[in-house]
Design a protein around this ligand. Sequence first.
Ligand code: ACG
Length: 454
Amino acid sequence: MIGYEIFVRSFADSNDDGIGDFKGIAQKADYLKAIGVDLVWLTPHFKSPSYHGYDIIDYFDTNSSFGSLSDFKAMVNTLHEKGIKVVIDLPLNHVSDRHPWFKAAMNGEKPYVDYFLWAQPHFNLSEKRHWDEELLWHNRNGKWYYGVFGGSSPDLNYENPEVVQKSLEIVEFWLNQGVDGFRFDAAKHIYDYDIKEGRFRYDHEKNVAYWKLVMDKARQVKGSDIFAVTEVWDDPEIVDRYAKTIGCSFNFYFTEAIRESMQHGAVYKIVDCFQRTLTKKPYLPSNFTGNHDMHRLASLIQQEEQRKVFFGLLMTTPGVPFIYYGDELGMKGIYDSTFTEDVIEPFPWYASLSGEGQTFWKAIRFNRAFTGVSVEEQLSREGSLLREVIAWTKFRKENEWLTNAWVENVTHNTFVIAYTVTDGNYGFRVYANIAGHNESFEGITLKPYEVKIV
Ligand code: ACG
């Protein structure tokens, strides 16, 4: 199985308003198929006031710029007919400040007041997020509420069983619309504030117990076929705890380790990553090229040949690999938490950036016309990144056993990492040279940036 993250607004437009939509995605199903994708993760498609959609106003309705609920279902059907599963992004930790629940809570209406977290005298209201300078508490009309992702996204109060119940109804609703599963957004944040102590603290145990409830519900509705992947951006040992319950988790360390190793020109981080995250595990790791919260791969790893090595590592390692839309073309973008539009630019279908399906909802800074980064240009050039990606995904399809495999016997020198991948029945050894010169290791000779399977 090969996954693909689609930022819905930027992917494919069916009605010429410049904004990506459900019909657009359905119309491009053949492209997804051609590049070997059989599972798409759609970024939030719910009613929301923002460009990113992670702050939801109505969990039971779609963003009208993307289409109606029936357009959504038609898209799911089309993708299913092509053998592509659909996984939706589910931000359950918080809602939009324009959600009727929050509006009612601000008006003091029961039961909604208890849907949110309000400050108590012993809380430290000037506490900031541990990873940046953003405040956790927000004041509106003299009322202080908790919102780990900012004042426009108040956190829901999962100490309240009614909120837990509502979230299960949302899960059930979307499974009944035909989706195959979820990407659980911000999974470690459901319980991340210690009310007794009045400070930020992840309660991983409680979070995992909550996700177990969600998975039980999902399996009850959909059966064991459900595919769920969690977003826990943290150390591998913490990711492990969530992945065991949910079955699959994004392996952030994989993305970070390969990028870092390539930038520094030595494989040590990759070696550490493979040993910590890809050995035999009771779940599927999801290695990925990047996502909408980080710099684009091509902005960090400038050379196309090096990025081909990234794809080689991605497609020869266990689990469910994910490609961030446009990484197969070499799209660029620098992430900035105050202006994340730069990593979600319109997907370039044509060299000219104009034609059927092309989105154009924002001014383009990084992926301009006629710069070689479009499906049209990449398909027509021999040896392009896209052609290499297609070859790798074809290889992956011929080796479906890789999903349930693991990595053993990792060896290396400065530039070459070697590893055995096996599922107990099948197996091979991979040699990857991240350097721009020839290398010899364990009797195997490698050309610059070569990934060899033995
Ligand atoms: C998800 C979505 C994101 C979305 C939200 C909110 C959550 O993908 O698009 O924002 O719905 C944190 C959260 C993640 C969150 C990201 C953006 N992503 O945990 O759930 O922020 C550290 C922290 C992480 C943190 C990360 C951010 O530990 O928790 O992620 O920094 O950079 C090593 C360490 C690891 C460390 C990293 C990086 O890997 O092990 O701990 O992570 O290094 O230093 C959306 C929009 C936003 C908007 C919001 C409301 O995109 O713009 O503000 O909605």
